[in-house]
Design a protein around this ligand. Structure first.
Ligand SMILES: Cc1cc2nc3c(=O)[nH]c(=O)nc-3n(C[C@H](O)[C@H](O)[C@H](O)COP(=O)(O)O)c2cc1C
Length: 153
């Protein structure tokens, strides 16, 4: 089985959590030979990253930046994995009240530091995610899972 790691911020029952649940259901339904490991950012480890074959990040925007939980994940893992995950394919989903662009910029800048490669534009969902927005988040998860499944990642 190929391994797709999903690391997420956000509060229990919040928008990010609902997006994660939808992505999880979509990948489970559509891609047979990929294991999706879902980790709250505060519990995700460098080992999770080292074992991952692709990565999906899901976070709310807080004060113009990613959630503190996701930032903490980067703070804890950067040196332990430095130079060990070059080219890791990743995608980003941001849920925001009014903006979200600072989070996209911040995550993409950090991801460049790890040497990761973004597979698509971030999915930025402003306000309560509607069905189309949830669908876009799921499509990004499915694109990563399908890429692993067919061996292009
Ligand atoms: C402490 C805090 C700070 C926030 N700062 C921003 C912000 O800077 N820009 C923005 O667009 N939304 C901001 N929001 C709104 C959240 O990004 C938005 O409601 C998001 O969808 C919440 O996701 P969640 O339900 O998973 O926590 C903030 C929310 C909180 C609680």
């Amino acid at each position: 089985m190929r391994r797709l790691l999903l690391v997420h911020g956000g509060r229990p029952g919040g928008r990010a959590a609902r997006l994660v649940a939808a992505i999880q259901a979509a990948v489970l339904a559509d891609v047979a030979d990929v294991t999706l490991l879902v980790r709250p950012a505060l519990l995700a480890t460098a080992e999770d990253l080292l074992e991952a074959e692709a990565l999906l990040l899901v976070t709310p925007e807080h004060f113009g930046y990613m959630s503190g939980a996701l930032k903490d994940f980067f703070d804890r893992t950067f040196y332990p994995v430095e130079g060990k995950t070059p080219g890791l394919r990743y995608g980003l989903v941001v849920t925001a009240g009014t903006d979200g662009t600072g989070t996209c910029r911040g995550v993409e800048r950090i991801a460049r530091g790890y040497g990761w490669s973004e597979v698509a534009e971030p999915v930025l969902l402003v306000g309560e995610p509607d069905d189309a927005g949830v669908g876009r988040a799921c499509e990004l998860g499915l694109a990563l899972a399908a890429g692993l499944s067919v061996g292009i990642y």
